[in-house]
Design a protein around this ligand. Sequence first.
Ligand SMILES: [Zn+2]
Ligand SMILES: [Zn+2]
Length: 255
Amino acid sequence: MKKAASPSRAAPAPRGRPKVRPGALAPAASAAPAEDAETRIYQSVVSGVMSQRLRPGTKLPEAALCELFGVGRSTVQKALQRLAHDHVVELRPNRGAMVAMPTREEVGMLFEARRALEAAILPLVAQTASRADYASLRRQLRDEHRAMHSYPQTEWARLASSFHLRLGELSHNPILARYLAEIISRCSLVVAIFQPPGNATCEHDEHARVVDFLEQGRVAEAVAEMDLHLRQLESHIQLVETQPERSLADMLGLA
Ligand SMILES: [Zn+2]
Ligand SMILES: [Zn+2]
């Protein structure tokens, strides 16, 4: 954050067209035609990281990003700051940006915090949830499960996390729900980065068991099931470092 991010000259118009085909970008990035360059860079990096093209520790030099996206330095800096805010990249003073490289210890603390939050949320859900709430939770689980198996595994983390986010809402504590949403997105990132390809697990049955226990008023068992579920999720993470030699454009999905 030491790098003077020259503050706001409101939304700069994109300078020239980027040298990429729109089809090469992440699906979300091509949605709006007038989408700003900052968002395009943000989404290309996120989707590169989530799909394991961009590996932890990869350098993201400002000059190269300017070139690749056909934009000026301030746009690139703003995108990098958003990415740093969301823990996708690390900004190191005088050494530029790189894809975040969480340590084993950080991953452990992240999941520890998540288990504590989810354990606090479940009893609150049990206190207030109505039959209709449980019915809609089950419907959501069913729909997501169907959708999940028709998507590539790289998309699974996003689908699986919506169940947890819904529980956060049902706690009716917006503060807990907000912390949970933040921590879930960080966990999803870590899982996506470090899960060996082809090793994603379907979370459906474990989710369904949590709902069963909750609805039966067996809150302690629901909490224990959730705890086990989160420990299993964490256990799939393998902090192995492989550094395939690919061009930045390729890793960003622009090649
Ligand atoms: Zn399944
Ligand atoms: Zn889950």
